[in-house]
Design a binder for this molecule. Structure first.
Ligand code: AMP
Length: 489
């Protein structure tokens, strides 16, 4: 459909000034997400977009929403919520560039970790579009410096990342300030349950659009087996070294095995920890937080302990021991291959156990093949030096997780932690920070390993919202849980 009217920006119904600006940016034709999202957004519909950075999603919402902006009175009419200051800067810049033909257009940035006063002054002078992080936007709404009554469209950009960073409650509170008849657009690269429930709660009859085609929601799990001797650890090492992974879960049938395997992995320098019935609630939560934040690459778990854990990005599941029943097998391997990603499940089996794999194949309707080709040195004989194999995967987890002695009840919010660590106060760049999880009385922040010590120092020296808190690096639970005495200043 070469000359279909939607092959051009004009054909999408955009005003000449906006088409001109898109051309000025060097955009020849709309990208798929722009082609699909612009018409419904122009028509005032809610939109849910599955799109990654690089799909052209920013212009996909900026162009149509700019078209609806009234120059007078100069009030905020479009609000964009983003997870980070960097993204805020990019989105604001795109709005300014695409809006250059709309004379007098003002775009303000409302991000945490920067002084609020100049933001309040910009708002008081008047602006049309506000872009920022949820915590700071909520502050402005709370203080009355941001008037929500004229906001006709709100965008939740990189919604999955916002939830990952713990902004979910802030986002919901911000939405609570807005008019009910507003237009809402949500863009996200992945759609875990938390996003789906947000979509169900905040969007009205949304049009779904997709940035990249060809992604199906069917789980895509490759199932393999690896022959092992009676001592399974060398075979595990061969599997871990052979299968590149960022986050893996290793299932054992008994918690004693979990401790043993975790201990051996940790002793070899691998970033692993355990999830078993002996872990108290606090440390269980901490291990999961470290895993989600990229401070651990491997979780060793029993079935019971792994039940209901909130993790979607597993790329490898290893059955250290075969589960007793086929439905246990289906359950374990279903932990990978989620959210449109492909996954790999490898089961260790002794020669005697190989026959039993047939029951698993029947349960899934798929065949299992050996992981390694027959002529591979580790096809059936365990590697002689498993430690050397593990050396390859030691660096797999790039982050460290810091525990902070303040949480929701102290009114600590993700943006406050970002603020304390970046900018003049902390000296870190925003991109050195990862996932932030704020709990009732504590918080976790993931920081790139090289900056972790500096971050701990900055947090212990500085203040969060004027208050002192204690920060420590979290570590492995395998040598006995760390002592933690919350100390508040
Ligand atoms: P985004 O996904 O919004 O982060 O955009 C990714 C990049 O694609 C940015 O550098 C945009 O400037 C660029 N871009 C957006 N729309 C188009 C388009 N229609 N044609 C070419 N490049 C585009």
């Amino acid at each position: 459909m070469e000359d279909s009217p939607t092959g051009s920006f004009e054909g999408l119904g955009l005003l000449p000034a906006l088409v001109e600006a898109a051309r000025g940016r060097g955009y020849g034709a709309p990208t798929p997400i722009q082609r699909d999202a612009i018409p419904p957004l122009l028509a005032g519909r809610d939109v849910i977009g599955a799109a990654q950075t690089g799909s052209g999603k920013t212009a996909a919402f900026a162009l149509p929403l700019l078209q609806g902006v009234q120059k007078d009175p100069r009030t905020i009419q479009v609000l964009v919520l983003v997870p980070t200051r960097e993204l805020s800067a990019q989105v604001a810049s795109e709005f300014r560039k695409l809006g250059r033909g709309l004379h007098g257009l003002k775009v303000v940035e409302l991000t945490g970790g920067t002084p609020a006063k100049p933001q309040r002054e910009s708002l008081a002078r008047g602006a049309h579009v506000a872009v920022g992080t949820p915590g700071r936007i909520e502050d402005h709404l709370e203080r009355g410096s941001l008037d929500p009554s004229h906001i006709q469209s709100v965008v939740l950009d990189e919604a999955d990342r916002m939830l990952d960073m713990g902004f979910g409650p802030d986002v919901r509170r911000v939405l609570g300030y807005l008019r009910r008849d507003r237009q809402t657009a949500l863009f996200s690269a992945t759609f875990p349950e938390a996003i789906e429930s947000m979509v169900a709660d905040v969007l009205r009859d949304p049009v779904a659009v997709e940035g990249d085609s060809g992604q199906d929601a069917e789980p895509d799990i490759e199932e393999r087996y690896q022959v092992t001797g009676r001592n399974r650890f060398p075979a595990l090492c061969a599997v871990l070294a052979h299968c590149p992974h960022e986050s893996a879960i290793v299932f054992c049938n008994l918690k004693a095995t979990v401790s043993e395997v975790t201990g051996s992995l940790v002793a070899a320098g691998v970033r692993a920890d355990r999830l078993d019935g002996d872990l108290d609630q606090f440390h269980r939560d901490q291990v999961l937080s470290r895993f989600r934040g990229g401070s651990l690459s491997i979780l060793v778990a029993t079935d019971v302990a792994a039940r209901g854990i909130d993790i979607d990005a597993l790329d490898l599941v290893v059955n250290y021991e075969l589960p007793p029943k086929p439905d246990g097998y289906v359950h374990r391997i279903g932990r990978t291959g989620r959210a449109g990603k492909s996954g790999l499940a490898v089961s260790l089996a002794t020669r005697v156990e190989l026959d039993g794999l047939g029951a698993f194949e029947q349960a899934t309707g798929r065949r299992m093949s050996p992981l390694l080709p027959e002529d591979h040195p580790h096809y059936s004989a365990p590697p002689k030096n498993p430690g050397a194999l593990l050396a390859q995967i030691r660096e797999a987890a790039p982050m460290e997780t810091i525990l902070i002695s303040g949480g929701r009840k102290d009114k600590v919010r993700p943006g406050d932690i970002v603020g304390a660590l970046t900018g003049e106060a902390g000296g870190l760049r925003g991109d050195a920070l990862g996932k932030i999880e704020v709990r009732d009385t504590i918080s976790y922040v993931a920081v790139q390993r090289d900056f972790a010590r500096r971050a701990v120092e900055a947090l212990n020296k500085g203040r969060i919202k004027g208050k002192k808190y204690r920060a420590t690096l979290t570590g492995s639970t395998i040598n006995g849980p760390q002592k933690w005495t919350p100390h508040r200043g």
